[in-house]
Design a protein around this ligand. Structure first.
Ligand SMILES: [Zn+2]
Length: 417
């Protein structure tokens, strides 16, 4: 009996010790939790109401977007822009994408989905801090040919693209056949040549050493649209020469800032040479030297795309063209996956069997009263020919009558309707 009693007593002590250990463990576990109070949590198992509550409690600016998804059920979370564990503070922007479930095929008809439609690649140069009335030319053109444009005209262009259901995508994604826009929306690509100061004018550094961007320069304007229309997916690719952005004290900071904020940098040759008037060795220097320069600032983070200075050569048969695409300069081998013309109209869908990424057409972003392939002219054409997305980047949805034009050797699922 005694023995039994004693073992019973030991058992009690053991239980008490176990409870103490549990409490201690709980307290320890609680301490780091408290210090993590301002870290983002995983929202994937919450519903919309709970997410709204959470955003309110943390003072986050919440945007909820809806998107069709072929695997994630309706009402469930597809993604959150701030990852779990990332430090959050009041007024941070939280974007949560919620699934609308699978796309109903009837919606293809309703939205006239056509992923073999054309894509506009807009060509800009300078954006000048002027009003349209300040220039001697029409429609916000600063020069006769409209290569240089006013800030007022650029804002108007962006508003026009957004109101006409365009969403921006990265040029490099387009080349690689990744078109991630919402159901019923069309992709648009922005490019800027020449690395002009007014593309991203830096007026100084803040206390933390970050660049301060002039709100009336191109990127300043783009950033304001990013805030105004989060679903515009603002991005652009800047094609630079050896002077980069012409701001020696800030060039490297600017380039790194652009890469970190969803923009891309490409090659416009080291000294803006006409590739048809120089030797093939000189072409290699012009291309390779610029790639090497970018490699020192943003290794592997620039795009291997060349915007052809003066749009030259005008065709791929020119003997120098091969040297733009692939060669070696100073012992470093380069490969260009795409070149851009000084074009006049929209380009084919990357899923069209005739798509040629090596020589892409662009639209000159200027105003000429709706004539001579200006913005108005081209977007009128696009009303009948534009790419219209099914909202799923992993499928190619096309009207049956276009079945012969689709590129077959793809990993993506092709759906005809
Ligand atoms: Zn140029």
């Amino acid at each position: 009996m005694k023995k039994k009693k004693r073992s019973f007593k030991y058992k009690n002590i053991f239980i008490v010790l176990f409870i103490c250990a549990l409490i201690a463990f709980g307290v320890i576990a609680f301490i780091p939790k408290k210090s993590q109070a301002n870290k983002m949590i995983d929202l994937s198992n919450m519903n919309v109401e709970q997410i709204k509550e959470y955003a309110k409690e943390k003072g986050l600016k919440l945007t909820i977007k809806e998107k069709h998804h072929k695997e994630i059920a309706k009402g469930k979370i597809i993604s959150q822009n701030i990852k779990k564990g990332v430090e959050i503070k009041k007024d941070d922007e939280l974007i949560v994408i919620i699934s609308l479930g699978k796309v109903d095929k009837n919606l293809y008809k309703k939205y006239k989905v056509d992923e073999l439609g054309n894509v506009p690649i807009m060509m800009y140069h300078g954006i000048h801090n002027l009003k349209n009335d300040d220039t001697a030319y029409i429609g916000g053109n600063v020069d006769k040919s409209g290569y240089q444009r006013t800030a007022e005209a650029f804002r108007k262009d962006l508003e026009f693209y957004y109101q006409n259901n365009y969403q921006m995508i990265r040029l490099i994604d387009y080349v690689n056949g990744i078109i991630d826009v919402e159901l019923g929306k069309s992709p648009i690509i922005l490019t800027f040549d020449d690395g002009l100061k007014n593309n991203i004018l830096v007026t100084g550094l803040d206390e933390e050493g970050n660049i301060i961007i002039d709100p009336n320069s191109a990127v300043g304007i783009l950033e304001s649209f990013k805030k105004k229309y989060p679903d515009f997916n603002v991005t652009a690719t800047f094609f630079l020469n050896g002077e980069l952005f012409g701001q020696p004290e800030y060039n490297e900071k600017i380039i790194k800032w652009l890469i970190n904020n969803g923009y891309d940098i490409g090659n416009h040759s080291f000294s803006h040479s006409d590739f048809t008037t120089i030797s093939s060795e000189k072409v290699e220097e012009e291309i390779g030297k610029l790639y090497n320069k970018l490699d020192k600032i943003i290794p592997d983070k620039y795009v291997n795309v060349v915007a052809l200075p003066f749009g030259s050569p005008y065709n791929m048969d020119h003997p120098n063209f091969a040297h733009i695409l692939k060669s070696t300069y100073n012992g470093v081998t380069y490969e260009t996956i795409s070149t851009l013309q000084v074009g006049w109209k929209s380009e084919l869908s990357p899923f069209n069997k005739d798509f040629n990424p090596l020589f892409l057409k662009r639209i000159r972003a200027y105003d000429n009263l709706g004539e001579d392939f200006d913005i108005e002219y081209n977007f009128k054409l696009l009303e009948k020919t534009r790419y219209i997305s099914d909202g799923d980047k992993d499928t190619i949805v096309i009207p049956k009558e276009k079945a012969d034009s689709v590129y077959q050797d793809t990993q993506l699922e092709i759906i005809e309707y």
